[in-house]
Design a protein around this ligand. Structure first.
Ligand code: COA
Length: 156
């Protein structure tokens, strides 16, 4: 297995990641909102800048020194000590190869060991069975289905 790691996102990594990006229809509840991704450097820079905030850590998922996905720990609440995980691999070529599973495990370790969280939440649209499977595989517990989403939680 290749070397998979998480690296805190930089502007350069973000541009590199999104220059090879494909939107995945699995995350769209409403397919009218789906459109193929088109790279726009200024838009990527705005996206990156908007995510530099104390309640969020934006990671690049790295394989052998190259970004192959994005993972976020967001809504970091240092009082209740919980946050929410989201993940999206770069394109189909890097899905289904075990990388998302490794990245989620690394993110859980970071949330508990580095951020001192006691719980990590996640949610998926109903049709996203692949994401649901991976969340359950790494140990998230299914909580409930509500308003078109399935909710999960990993408690440390
Ligand atoms: C969801 C995602 C992060 C998972 O990462 P990944 O690297 O593709 O996943 P892995 O290869 O580690 O594991 C995939 C697992 O799902 C299983 N799987 C594949 N397609 C599936 C499907 N349609 N339904 C259920 N399980 C499925 C695989 O068999 C594998 O499980 P196994 O290891 O027990 O055999 C990635 O596919 C992705 O970025 N998808 C698009 C964005 C997205 O859905 N993000 C999550 C939003 S909540």
């Amino acid at each position: 297995m290749e070397d998979i790691s998480l690296r805190v996102m930089t502007r350069e990594l973000c541009r590199e990641l999104y220059s090879g990006w494909e939107n995945d229809p699995a995350i769209y509840m409403d397919m009218d909102k789906f459109a193929p991704y088109r790279y726009d450097e200024a838009a990527v820079d705005r996206y990156f800048d908007a995510r530099q905030e104390p309640s969020r850590v934006l990671f690049a998922i790295m394989r052998d020194g190259k970004p192959i996905g994005e993972l976020q720990l967001k809504g970091i609440d240092r009082e209740s000590r919980e946050c929410t995980l989201s993940i999206h691999m770069q394109n189909d070529a890097v899905k289904g190869r075990g990388y998302g599973t490794i990245a989620e495990k690394l993110a859980l370790k970071y949330a508990f060991d580095t951020l001192g969280m006691t719980a990590v939440n996640a949610d998926t649209v109903l049709k996203n069975t692949r994401s649901q499977h991976v969340l359950e595989k790494v140990g998230f517990k299914y909580l409930e289905e509500k308003d078109g989403f399935k909710y999960y939680r990993f408690t440390h």
